[in-house]
Structure formats: structure tokens, C-alpha cells
Design a protein around this ligand. Structure first.
Ligand SMILES: Cc1cc2nc3c(=O)[nH]c(=O)nc-3n(C[C@H](O)[C@H](O)[C@H](O)COP(=O)(O)OP(=O)(O)OC[C@H]3O[C@@H](n4cnc5c(N)ncnc54)[C@H](O)[C@@H]3O)c2cc1C
Length: 474
């Protein structure tokens, strides 16, 4: 069925309420939509996944502690009782600032969403610093797909090692390299070490999993540089204690199926033979940032983040708010709290405008601190003047993460899974399927035609356009 867009004067819908389009169901988008719960607006939240994703716990899905459902509740369910919000699945391919429309596509169906206020919170993807070919061999950690693929690769490597007879091949299979010594890399390396030394120790008959090598490497000279030297050093010592080899000043120059090539600070190039490589270094903001920059004259930095005004809007477009990982302002970090507070600030600005009130003043970020776990019962925390490590920091990490997991059911089952993994030795979510491991490569091999049918609309150029906001209010 082809429907044509219905029209209504900009500024209102047929219900008389302004249209707010939110792009993204991550921290920025979801919290913005929720903050508009009581506002007299019609919200359309468009996202390319049907779930909200709690990215900080992706590493626990990859290492079998949590299920993907616990960190990725359906956005539709989260917003079920919010009557002024509707959720639309689709990848936003175009934003037209002059026409005030957002175009999204899904499985060949294209939809145009007119807006009166727009909140863009499309986040960031993985960056391989210009070496995208590394992605085939060293998956990143940005999505549920990534975490499940990594789970398959990690547990699969132990399985293949159990079958192998050549000692060199066993070593290759039992070598895990994590690239990037920021919080994600540290947490991932720590958990793989726990798997090898604790969880899987008694599960295999031929191999000794405690002989596995877990290498955490980074071109920078420090672990967790954003936590400062003292906590970084403590984290490094803690990692060494649980069996992680930390290699700093080591720049990755090549990655292939069998290993990784690294250039050290002294210029020497060496090769590490490793079946499993994990990329936890570098981010690239959503390409929607460039589109917005071209139309508004705002600048884009090397990581693709778009510069925003102090009130998180675009120059000349007070109706367009950009929040979270894809925006750049005062060197704010790409963390969940920046996105959450930015989303809420944008929602507040919209409500103030609707009520004819003065704007609140520039966006002020309240830094609530950073934390990273190293292993069970051990973490580092940098909260204001408080620099903590060990069990206390880990307890703090536990409470904070539990508070931000969306939904009571997910919190409850997450706690049960943590009991299984941290008090016991088990991992409740060790299922790994072939599709998890090979699905991404198979999809890529389907080629450009598949990508077009998936997200680019019909190849003959005909688009079915439908104004969902208008349909809803009709
Ligand atoms: C592995 C990992 C661990 C992390 N750990 C921490 C941590 O411990 N503490 C911390 O504070 N922060 C952490 N972060 C960072 C934090 O998760 C991000 O800063 C935060 O998610 C940013 O929120 P956002 O809304 O800007 O983007 P996201 O949460 O990434 O959401 C982006 C949304 O936009 C959607 N989207 C993207 N492109 C399109 C498109 N074209 N069309 C439609 N929808 C689109 C996506 O589907 C998604 O719903 C971590 C990040 C990762 C990847």
C-alpha cells in the first residue's frame, strides 16, 4: 500500500499539539522522550533498533554473565504508558532542516516525519581510525549484535582449542587480544581473564584454560587515562594480578584472521598470534552529524561530532537539539550522563518555549564520576575528590549500574545473574550459535543490493511516504 503524506501547518498537528521527533532510543533519546511525558506534545521516537541499549554492560553479555534482554528492553514497552509518545522503527537517512522533516527507512519502506522540534541523539559507532578492514577480524562493542558475536568467538575459541592437537594452534586459540585500555577494554580483558582462570577451569579435559593469554594493548602510555595516573596505575596492577598482560605504547598496524601486528614505542614491529581480537578503541559519531553540519554551518570534529551552541541547539536552528555522543561542547566526554542530562535539558527547553518561558541558560553538565570494573569485587571509581579502588568501588559500581538498568524485571534478573557469576563460578548466558559468529560476515557478503532493500527503499526510486504523526492524530 502506498500512502501519501498528509499535511498540516507547521507548529501543530490535527490535535493541535506540536510535533517532537526524537532520533535514537539510547540514553539521550529515551531520557528526552521520558522527560516530555507530561508535555502537551506528540512525540515520535525513531530508532534503528527496537530496543534501548545499556551499553556499559555489553561486555557482560559478551562474556556470558547477562542476557541481551536484560540490557536491551524494548523501547515500545518502556514507553508503553506514555500516551504522548509513539515508537517507530527505522534508520534515519536524511534530515532536512529547511523543510523540517526527518526521513527514515526500514525494509524498503520510507517514512517522512515532519517536526516542530527535533532532538537528535543518534550516538556514535566504532572507529578503526581509517582501517575499517580490521572490523572483519576484530569486532567492536557497540551493539547487541557485537556482544553476541564476541560471545560466540570467545567461547568458540576455547571449544576449538579443546579439539586442536598442534601446540602452536592451541596457543593461538587461547590468546585473546583486547585493543584499547579505556573502561570498555579494561572490563572486557578482566572478564575474559576471569573466564579462563575461574569459570572454565574445570570444564575442559584436554586444555588448561588457565594457560590462556589475555593481552590488553593500547598505543597510549596509560591504562584508563581519563581516571588519572594514580587510579590508572592501580588498575594496571590489578589487571596484572588477575593474569592480564598489559602492553602500552603499542600501536596496532594490522589485523587478520590469525593475529595482530603491533608497532612498539621503539619502532619495532611484532606479531601476536591470536584467534580472538576485540576492538575497544575509538568512536565515530553518527554520520547524521555531518548532514546537520552541512545544512547549518556548524563544525564537525575529527570524530564526526557536531559543535553545538551552549544550549545544545544548532546555529540558526533553535528547534534542533543535538545531545549525547554525537555532539561536541566544551570537551564533554562521551558518557551516559552527558547524554541523559543533555536529553533532559533539551526536553526542558522545549517545554519552556511552549509555555512562553525564558530559556534556562546554557547547558551545565554535572559530573557524577566514572567507574570501571576490573574483576569480581574489584573496580576503580573516580567520583569528585574521591578516588577509590577495590571492593568499595566495586559495590558502588554495582549499585549505580543497577539503578540505571531500565525496568524492574531486568534489574531483578541481572541481580540473580550477578549472584551466579560473582558469588558462584557460573555464567548463566553461555549460549553461542553459529549465526552469532558468522551472521555479520554473511550479511556483508549479501552485498549492496541487500543493503538497499534493507534500508534504502525500492530500487526503482519509488518511495512510499507516510506521515505517521499525522496518521496518529487523524
Ligand atoms: C561498550 C561500552 C561501554 C560503555 N561504558 C560506559 C560506562 O561505563 N559509563 C558511561 O557513562 N558511559 C559508558 N559508555 C558510553 C555511553 O554508553 C554513551 O555515552 C551513551 O550511550 C551515549 O548516549 P547517546 O544517546 O548519545 O547514544 P546511544 O546510547 O549510542 O544511542 C544512539 C541511538 O541512536 C540510534 N541510531 C543511531 N543512528 C541512527 C539512525 N541513523 N537512525 C535511527 N536511529 C539511529 C541507535 O539505534 C540508538 O538507539 C559505554 C559505551 C560503550 C559502547
Amino acid at each position: 500500500m502506498t500512502t501519501s503524506p498528509e499535511t498540516a501547518p507547521v507548529g501543530t498537528t490535527r490535535s493541535g499539539r506540536p510535533r517532537v521527533v526524537v532520533i535514537g532510543s539510547g540514553f539521550g533519546g529515551l531520557f528526552a522522550a521520558q522527560a516530555l511525558r507530561k508535555a502537551p506534545v506528540e512525540i515520535t521516537l525513531v530508532a534503528k533498533t527496537s530496543h534501548h541499549l545499556f551499553q556499559p554492560l555489553l561486555y557482560q553479555v559478551a562474556t556470558g554473565i547477562l542476557s541481551e534482554g536484560e540490557i536491551a528492553p524494548p523501547t515500545r514497552e518502556v514507553l508503553r504508558t506514555q500516551r504522548n509518545a509513539r515508537v517507530v522503527l527505522g534508520e534515519v537517512t536524511a534530515i532536512d532542516l529547511a523543510a523540517r522533516t526527518v526521513t527514515s527507512t526500514i525494509l524498503g519502506r520510507t517514512t517522512v516525519h515532519p517536526y516542530d522540534e527535533l532532538i537528535v541523539a543518534a550516538g556514535a559507532g566504532q572507529s578503526y581510525f581509517g582501517n575499517d578492514r580490521f572490523a572483519e577480524f576484530a569486532p567492536g562493542m557497540k551493539s547487541v549484535d557485537d556482544a553476541l558475536e564476541l560471545r560466540g568467538r570467545i567461547f568458540g575459541a576455547f571449544e576449538l582449542a579443546e579439539l586442536a592437537t598442534d601446540p602452536a594452534e592451541i596457543d593461538r586459540l587461547l590468546t585473546f587480544v583486547v585493543v584499547g585500555a579505556g573502561p570498555t577494554g579494561v572490563e572486557m580483558a578482566g572478564q575474559i581473564a576471569e573466564l579462563a582462570h575461574r569459570t572454565l577451569r574445570r570444564d575442559f579435559r584436554t586444555i588448561d584454560t588457565t594457560q590462556a593469554r589475555v593481552i590488553l594493548l593500547d598505543a597510549a602510555p596509560a591504562v584508563l587515562p581519563s581516571f588519572g595516573e594514580k587510579l590508572g596505575d592501580r588498575a594496571r596492577r590489578q589487571l596484572n594480578k588477575i593474569g592480564v598482560e598489559v602492553q602500552l605504547g603499542a600501536m596496532v598496524t594490522d589485523v587478520d584472521a590469525n593475529g595482530i601486528e603491533v608497532k612498539d614505542g621503539d619502532g619495532q614491529v611484532r606479531r601476536i598470534s591470536a584467534a580472538t581480537k576485540i576492538w575497544a578503541a575509538g568512536v565515530q559519531a553518527s554520520p547524521l552529524g555531518r548532514q546537520l553540519a552541512e545544512q547549518s554551518g556548524a563544525e564537525v570534529d575529527r570524530a564526526g561530532r557536531i559543535s553545538v551552541q551552549p544550549d545544545l541547539t544548532l546555529p540558526g536552528h533553535p528547534e534542533v537539539h543535538v545531545v549525547g555522543d554525537m555532539m561536541s561542547l566544551d570537551r564533554l566526554p562521551g558518557v551516559a550522563q552527558v547524554a541523559i542530562q543533555g536529553g533532559r535539558y533539551a526536553a526542558d527547553a522545549i517545554v519552556r518555549r511552549l509555555e512562553g518561558r525564558e530559556p534556562k541558560g546554557p547547558f551545565r553538565y554535572k559530573d557524577k564520576g566514572s567507574m570501571a570494573t576490573i574483576s569480581r569485587f574489584s573496580a576503580v571509581a573516580d567520583v569528585g575528590k574521591l578516588k577509590m579502588e577495590g571492593f568499595l568501588a566495586w559495590m558502588m559500581w554495582l549499585v549505580v549500574h543497577l539503578a540505571y538498568i531500565v525496568g524492574f524485571k531486568s534489574r531483578l534478573t541481572a541481580v540473580l545473574h550477578w549472584i551466579v557469576s560473582f558469588l558462584g563460578r557460573g555464567r548463566a548466558e553461555r549460549v553461542a550459535t553459529q549465526q552469532q559468529v558468522y551472521g555479520r560476515l554473511a550479511l556483508e557478503q549479501l552485498g549492496a543490493d541487500f543493503a538497499v532493500s534493507k534500508s534504502g527503499g525500492p530500487k526503482d526510486g519509488r518511495h512510499s511516504t507516510e506521515d505517521l504523526t499525522e496518521r496518529r492524530s487523524a
